[in-house]
Design a protein around this ligand. Sequence first.
Ligand code: AMP
Ligand code: GLY
Length: 421
Amino acid sequence: MKVLIIGQGAREHALAWKMSLSEKVREIIIAPGNGGTAAVGKNLDVQASDIKGLVTAAVKEKVDLAVIGPEAPLTEGIVDIFEKNKIPVFGPTKQAARIEGSKVFARTLMEKYGIPCARGEVFDSFSAAKKRLETAELPIVVKADGLAAGKGVIVAGTREEALKALSDIMEKKIFGAAGDRVIIEECLTGRETSLLAFSDGETVVPMVPACDYKRIFDNDQGPNTGGMGGYSPPSFFDSRLQENVVKTVLEPVVKAMETEGCPYKGVLYAGIMVTPAGPKVLEFNARFGDPETQVILPRLKTDLVDIMEAVISGKLDKIRIEWSPEACVGVVLASAGYPGSYRKGFPIRGLKELDGDILAFHAGTKQAGTKGETVTDGGRVLTLVAKGAGVAEARTRLYRELPKVQFQGAFWRKDIAAREN
Ligand code: AMP
Ligand code: GLY
């Protein structure tokens, strides 16, 4: 079969790599892809935001399965449009993707169906929200309702910070209409884990849990990024805790979405804080996580294409999904200056010198010039992933290999998974 993967990050490279291992797959197209996906399939120069262009390409190429990586096209309704054009597609519909596209929708759903989350309130007026913040206990969390490229959540330690966040979102509209409404909620403390699951609208099958590291510097200092690394499995998230999240979050959400008339098909990603009072939801995403995917998929033993087909046809209960007990650690190599401004176009060396069992998933890379040299082309350049019998072993192997890869200004966190040592 012919597969189309939409997106251009290391997550999409990991998806392309995993799907390429399926005996069913004959050809993979990645739109727009990156310097790494070009080695697994054919890159197609159509952006993930160009839904019309993507449908036209999918029809022309007669793809048998389309997989949507990023959230923006999902919340715009790309799945509905592909379905209308009779192209089998993996991902939630526009109505179902609201679980990520609108934090107000997600909160309202959780409150209605008794799903554990932080205490909070929704505001559509700046003055009422401001009044609430003036007496709120600190720290306090301010969230823009809509998509904000991962920057819409502010955990404010001071009242000034909280008021500034509110003003930026609701008065200055730095995220546009995504800031028409805000949520002000209590700050949860504990350990954070991502539990992703496959859902066919009825049956929910969790993947293995993973942790990601969002801040740019070691010890969780500095600004948030798209993710600087991750690992799976976190030792503190045992099978009992996982079962708890499946029973109190994932299954009730999928049931609730069906009741609400927008059955959820695809990957449901629950961001969970394990608090002293039990696990609570921080956020939902309507897709695979990045960098979680890079440390989860290498542990998947079952054919991913079989799972995706079972999700699409509503037969997830008929398939057994198996995972390797091995652990995975992934570290992102970034360009100096990221998440602020950075330069691009530097040659990347040493990828071929990596041990054969290290996985190198590309994000901000491209093939340049007549020789097809791989050069940097973004802030997050690569995710390197190592496997091991446990997290500590995988971590040691990864950090030993990592310095082999070089490009001007290469930067990475040194403490990914260090808490598991
Ligand atoms: P999101 O943009 O929804 O992915 O949220 C970004 C991050 O903000 C989460 O991964 C958490 O680390 C943090 N966060 C969100 N909500 C809360 C909360 N209620 N308490 C503490 N941290 C939070
Ligand atoms: N790792 C966070 C995300 O994918 O949104």
